[in-house]
Design a protein around this ligand. Structure first.
Ligand code: FAD
Length: 375
């Protein structure tokens, strides 16, 4: 019996990339969606990210690719520079959303968040901040969700989109490994140099670095530090330490180093991955995005997986007679692609650690080809 169509109500936990896109896609299909976000209403501060072709394609299905490109910086090339500072080739990226539109876009996280948040609310989703989930019980064809303010919702669907350290995952009794890979990644917001109209990637003797445009005025520097302990540095030491690491790179990186000196925003994060060992759902509760499968950032594809999850979840729920069947179909469509991406990103992190960068490139290529296939 089609029980849930009468009560198409959902609680989505987490107003990040996965949560907001799932909320939008579900609300457009007629679901009443409430999003519980632990953080404050202000868009998250911080660095930028790269929306690859599959990210833009999924955003385009939500009608948001152009808004993201307008808020960010559309681009279609990756320029590789070797350890001597010499050009080592330019890769033209496939344009998955049409020849007249860019292959990918750099965007500041707050800007992406504003676009996704505005669309979720425009579609009728209610986003509440400073709220998390305290308990989950299965209640026949419904799921009973107790929120941190003591209120209770009985809904047809619970979506855990609460990131790599997902609380919902634990409350649903789903098991995931959370692994550190001996690397720390750096990001620093800097003014965009005029020559940076695509991604630039610089090979170093020990580490890799690069530059991604985020807007006409802004770009971010990235660096992956190999063979390090997982540790925190005092805020005041971040910019000087990043400048020191960039000293090992010749050529244009000298200019980037001088920009980092003036950066107000430098972050350093451990490379962590998460992957569910078995089921993604229990009863009418499911986890999506980084809560289910967080790849290492080297593939720049975590956002693509998160957005695709939201879209495919809504589609499969619309096609099936019960939430249970919809969730099974959703996981059936997503599990292999997401596992392959996480496992490949882990292999790439390992090869980088072993300074076998040349072996990492074909792996990354094959994974980008997989991601270019429809979700
Ligand atoms: C340094 C770095 C660089 C990256 N660069 C890229 C890139 O260039 N391109 C790319 O595609 N991907 C990149 N990624 C990966 C990408 O950021 C993630 O895959 C993506 O953000 C996952 O989205 P999500 O919504 O699943 O999780 P998140 O973005 O982590 O959002 C989770 C949300 O849930 C909220 N939350 C957490 N716990 C709770 C709770 N208990 N209750 C309520 N709310 C909660 C959080 O506040 C947050 O708003 C990068 C990751 C890192 C670490």
């Amino acid at each position: 019996m089609d029980r849930y169509r009468g009560v198409r109500t959902a609680v989505v936990v987490g107003a990040g990339i996965a949560g907001l896109t799932a909320a939008t896609a579900l609300a457009r299909d007629g679901w009443q969606v409430e999003v519980a976000e632990a953080g404050p209403p202000e868009a998250p501060a911080g660095w930028g990210l790269c929306l690859t072709g599959p990210s833009l394609r999924a955003l385009d299905e939500l009608g948001l690719a152009d808004a993201c490109t307008a808020e960010g910086y559309g681009m279609s090339t990756i320029t590789h520079v070797d350890v001597h500072g010499e050009p080592a080739g330019e890769v033209q990226l496939p344009r998955l959303i049409g020849a007249r539109r860019p292959a990918m876009a750099g965007i500041a996280r707050p800007a992406l968040h504003r676009v996704l948040h505005a669309e979720a609310e425009r579609c009728g989703a209610v986003v509440r901040h400073g709220l998390t989930v305290a308990a989950v019980d299965h209640d026949g064809a419904l799921v009973r969700v107790r929120l941190s303010d003591g209120t209770v919702r009985r809904v047809a669907l619970l979506v855990g989109a609460d990131g790599i350290r997902s609380a919902v995952r634990g409350l649903l009794g789903l098991e995931a490994s959370l692994d550190f890979h001996g690397q720390m990644v750096w990001r620093a917001l800097v003014p965009r140099p005029r020559w940076a109209t695509g991604i630039h990637q610089f090979a170093g003797k020990a580490d890799t670095a690069g530059l991604v445009p985020l807007s006409d005025r802004q770009a971010y520097v990235f660096l992956t530090e190999n063979g390090v302990e997982r540790s925190a540095l005092p805020e005041a030491e971040l910019a000087p330490r990043l400048r020191q690491l960039l000293e090992a790179f010749p050529g244009r990186v000298e200019e980037i180093r001088s920009l980092v000196a003036a950066s107000a925003s430098v972050v350093r994060r451990p490379v962590l991955t998460a992957l569910l060992g078995g089921a993604w759902h229990r009863g009418n509760g499911v986890v999506i995005g980084d809560a289910a499968h967080a790849p290492a950032p080297q593939m720049a594809s975590g956002a693509a997986l998160a957005i695709e999850d939201g879209l495919v979840l809504a589609r499969e729920l619309a096609r099936h007679e019960s939430v249970e069947l919809g969730l099974q179909a959703f996981v059936g469509r997503r599990a292999r692609r997401c596992r392959t991406l996480v496992e490949t990103s882990v292999a790439i992190a390992g090869l980088e650690q072993a300074r076998r960068h040349h072996e990492a490139y074909p792996l990354a290529d094959s994974c980008h080809r997989l991601m270019a296939e429809p979700a």
